[in-house]
Ligand binder design. Structure first.
Ligand code: BTN
Length: 266
């Protein structure tokens, strides 16, 4: 079935997330559109989807490869009544939701890499970019931007990412229905988000750690000019990465790109 506004509306009907869908053939960034809509008063659960993005945004000012006809680029407007300091946990909540959803397609092979990567076979299949607006009252809204590589082929990926990125199609050998995957994604967010709002981060944290196979491994975390290394001990109750130095000293890391160190790097 075609991937368009009508088919998405039908597929997601009755759900809180997706009660209103704005579909575009091409936009600069679904996050920017969602941000504007939220600013104009769009309610929680409004979803922006695009077939392609001209200037898809990644974390740390990177770009997100967003060609047409192949992947999911979506931004969900949420209005959680939370303090801005715990808003970064929304990224981890979304990671759990995506990991659960795509485990249906790649059972036993989905892992989470702190803070925002979802991987299949240790290659990135999805990135999450959460952006928020705050006011004196706290969080006004959070835009949960999700880029999921569904049917893009390895040879269509930017050569710079061919060794580190993948798609569900590459991993399963099947061209998947983006509608079906979008439905699974929304269902999973509808499960994780209320859990997070109701119970707090503790349960999501446990589920996140269950999907993460980096605990105990030697990590390098790069943030701008800063490089930190250490053994991954887990994530704390705020969602920060915990790095140990082997001598009972623990450092909390709040931002950066984490990767497992190869023997030659230790
Ligand atoms: C990352 O891993 O760096 C995050 C990538 C997030 C990409 C998605 S695609 C939909 C939404 N719109 C954007 O411009 N970015 C996010």
């Amino acid at each position: 079935m075609d991937f368009n506004e009508l088919s998405l509306q039908k597929r997601l009907s009755g759900r809180k997330i997706g009660h209103t869908i704005h579909y575009f053939e091409a936009v600069d960034s679904t996050n920017d559109i969602a941000f504007r809509l939220a600013h104009q008063g769009a309610t929680e659960g409004t979803v922006v989807v695009a077939d392609c993005q001209r200037r898809g945004k990644g974390r740390l000012s990177r770009s997100w490869q967003s060609p047409p006809g192949t992947n999911i680029y979506t931004s969900i407007i949420l209005r959680p009544a939370i303090s801005p300091v715990i808003a970064p946990q929304m990224t981890l909540m979304a990671g759990v939701a995506v990991a659960d959803a795509i485990t249906l397609y790649c059972p036993g092979r989905v892992t989470l890499k702190w803070p925002n990567d979802v991987q299949v076979g240790h290659k990135k299949v999805c990135g999450i970019l959460a952006e928020m607006k705050t006011s004196d009252q706290g969080v006004d809204f959070v835009i949960l931007g999700i880029g999921l590589n569904v049917n893009i082929r390895l040879d269509e990926l930017d050569p710079a990412f061919r060794n580190v990125a993948t798609s569900l199609c590459e991993e399963t050998g099947i061209i998947l229905s983006r509608l079906r995957v979008m439905e699974d994604l929304v269902d999973s967010i509808e499960r994780c988000y209320p859990l997070f709002i109701r119970e707090g981060f503790a349960l999501i944290r446990r589920q996140w750690l269950r999907h993460c196979d980096m605990v105990g491994k030697p990590l390098r975390v790069v943030f701008k000019e800063d490089i930190q290394t250490g053994q991954m001990l887990g994530i704390d109750e705020d969602g920060s990465l915990l790095l140990g130095d082997g001598q009972n000293n623990v450092r909390r890391v709040t931002a950066g790109d984490a990767s497992i160190m190869k023997d030659s790097e230790k």
